[in-house]
Design a protein around this ligand. Structure first.
Ligand SMILES: [Mn+2]
Length: 325
């Protein structure tokens, strides 16, 4: 990894061009927590993650490190808001776990995973490098992905639709304030739960399904994004941005259009994966960790040495159908 520094990305740029200045100086050293050797990784054809928000306290770095250490894929899409340049600019925050994540992603590229980085609005300073390739990571403004069973999916961060959502803009502001507040509360609640040995729990996931305005906003957003995909003539779209993992099927000109949102690593801790046969699934990592712990506890009790390393995940559709607004 010594041949690549984050500062290489930005070294020839002025302060203005950077618009996020100190990102260039992010230290990128050897990981504090190295990757475990010989982990039985779940192999997927494709992985999509977004809204990691490295550089903020909200980022659930431990959960993401666990995900990265237990999975692998031929292709990995980083669907934006990976590094939070806005917040970093206001307040520099870069714990070793965040460094460990960047290091793991670079190492993945080195091992042969094709990594496509589509910057979002919080890491838009990287959008100027669209078309370039750094340390084996391709930077794109958007991408088209073909699944194993031949579906064509448009992949983008999703802030492109903020302007279209203008009529709902007040909702976005309310949403942002509520989001920042719940994010802080979420960190606190889960610190307490962890101390009590209780599993991770997503506050905003619970809240989002109860707050009518948020549900309305999210529902409208999903519709707008799916329509744009339909107009493009693709079979579906993968995006992030609104921190709400979801699968929905829409129809455009009599043709089905899939909407996939890969969620976030702030509260939900979700990833979207494509299995070898093209089947797609939203993984809820806290649930998978919990299931693994329970299995390990059983293994220790029943047959020490016999470990079931299979990752079993329920489709995220478990949330059930969304109520009409
Ligand atoms: Mn975003």
């Amino acid at each position: 990894m010594s041949d690549f520094m984050l500062s290489d990305l930005t070294k020839d740029l002025s302060e203005d061009e950077l618009s996020g200045g100190n990102i260039a100086n992010l230290p990128l050293s050897e990981p504090k927590t190295p990757e475990p050797e010989g982990n039985a990784r779940a192999k997927f054809r494709t992985i999509w993650i977004s809204d990691v928000h490295l550089g903020t306290k909200g980022c659930n770095a431990d959960m993401l490190i666990d995900f990265l250490d237990n999975t692998d894929s031929e292709t990995m899409y980083l669907v934006g808001d990976i590094i939070d340049g806005w917040r970093l600019k206001k307040k520099f925050y870069w714990p070793s776990a965040h460094n460990d994540i960047v290091w793991r992603i670079l190492k993945r590229a080195k091992r042969g995973t094709r990594i496509v980085y589509i910057p979002g609005n919080h890491d838009e300073m990287f959008r100027q490098f669209t078309g370039l390739n750094f340390g084996g990571i391709e930077i794109r403004r958007a991408a088209f992905h073909e699944t194993a069973d031949g579906r064509r999916l448009m992949v983008l961060h999703g802030d492109e639709f903020d302007a279209v959502m203008l009529s709902q803009r007040w909702l976005a502001f309310v949403g942002d304030w509520a989001y920042v507040t719940t994010m802080k509360l979420n960190v606190l609640v889960n610190a307490i739960r962890k101390a009590l040995g209780k599993p991770y729990w997503s506050l905003s996931k619970a809240a989002k399904h109860k707050v009518k305005n948020a549900v309305e906003f999210i529902g409208k957003y999903e519709e707008v994004v799916a329509k744009a995909a339909g107009e493009r003539g693709v079979d579906g779209v993968v995006c992030g941005h609104i921190h709400t993992a979801e699968f929905r099927e829409f129809e455009f000109d009599g043709k089905p259009v899939e909407y996939w949102n890969d969620g976030d690593w702030v509260e939900g801790c979700n990833a979207l994966v494509e299995h070898q046969d093209g089947r797609m699934e939203i993984l809820n990592w806290p649930d998978i960790i919990q299931a693994r712990r329970e299995r390990e506890a059983e293994d220790v009790a029943e047959a020490p040495g016999l470990k079931d390393t299979q990752i079993k995940a329920e489709p995220a559709a478990a949330d059930g159908p969304r109520e009409a607004a």
